[in-house]
Design a protein around this ligand. Structure first.
Ligand code: FES
Ligand code: FES
Length: 214
């Protein structure tokens, strides 16, 4: 019967480093973790620095003075502010609606110096000295503008979202003299979309206010 043990005991060389004790292991990992945390703080402060740099590069605001519905207004706005946002966010005139915000629907139509414009595409800072008329500026006290009354008489709206833009655009259409026929009205009102499909009655309302139908 063999007297050899069932396994071999491997003895480390005399010059190999001593295996880590629990104390040395904790000390080592604490040091590494601390270094990582310091690195994290450094990264965080560089993020703050980057944000401050971006803020410093933000476009400055500009002063603009314009007359809105007969009232002189002077504001400081970001150079990128649209006339629509100036009206809605700065002057609390929320009648003009933000439909597409891209010049496609006409819900934001206002008059600038008597001309119809899509206020979502018009930079506010370019309107120094301009006269702006919004849906809020059409009635005279309790007396509705003739086109506002015509929209009621002709039942020319359903949800009403497009209606302020339709009415202001209709006022412009009448002032421009583009009301010679139903076809002409439809052509010159074609920039104002109505998802409820009230086009026939809108055209009749413009006709009524233009004096061709009572
Ligand atoms: Fe201005 Fe649609 S919101 S055209
Ligand atoms: Fe609803 Fe024109 S009335 S979108």
């Amino acid at each position: 019967m063999s007297t050899e043990p069932p396994f071999h005991v491997v003895t480390p060389p005399a010059d190999s480093p001593a295996p880590p004790t629990r104390r040395t292991f904790i000390a080592t990992t604490t040091a590494v973790g601390g270094a990582a945390a310091v690195g994290g703080l450094a990264a965080g402060s560089s993020v703050f620095a980057a944000e401050e740099a971006v803020a410093a590069q933000a476009p400055p605001g500009s002063h603009v003075s314009l007359t809105v519905n007969g009232v002189r207004r002077t504001l400081t706005v970001d150079n990128r502010t649209s006339l629509l946002d100036l009206l809605r966010e700065h002057l609390d005139l929320t009648g003009s609606k933000k439909g597409c915000n891209a010049g496609a629907c006409g819900a934001c139509t206002v008059l600038v110096d008597g001309r119809r414009v899509n206020s979502c595409l018009t930079l506010a800072v370019r309107l120094e000295g301009a006269e702006v008329t919004t849906i809020e500026g059409l009635a005279k006290g309790d007396r509705l503008h003739p086109l506002q009354q015509a929209f009621i008489d002709q039942d020319a709206f359903q949800c009403g979202f497009c209606t302020p833009g339709q009415i202001v655009s209709g006022v412009g259409c009448i002032q421009e003299g583009h009301t010679g026929s139903p076809e002409e009205i439809r052509e010159w009102m074609s920039g104002n979309l109505c998802r409820c499909g009230c086009y026939v009655k809108i055209e009749r309302a413009v006709e009524q206010a233009a004096g061709r139908k009572g």
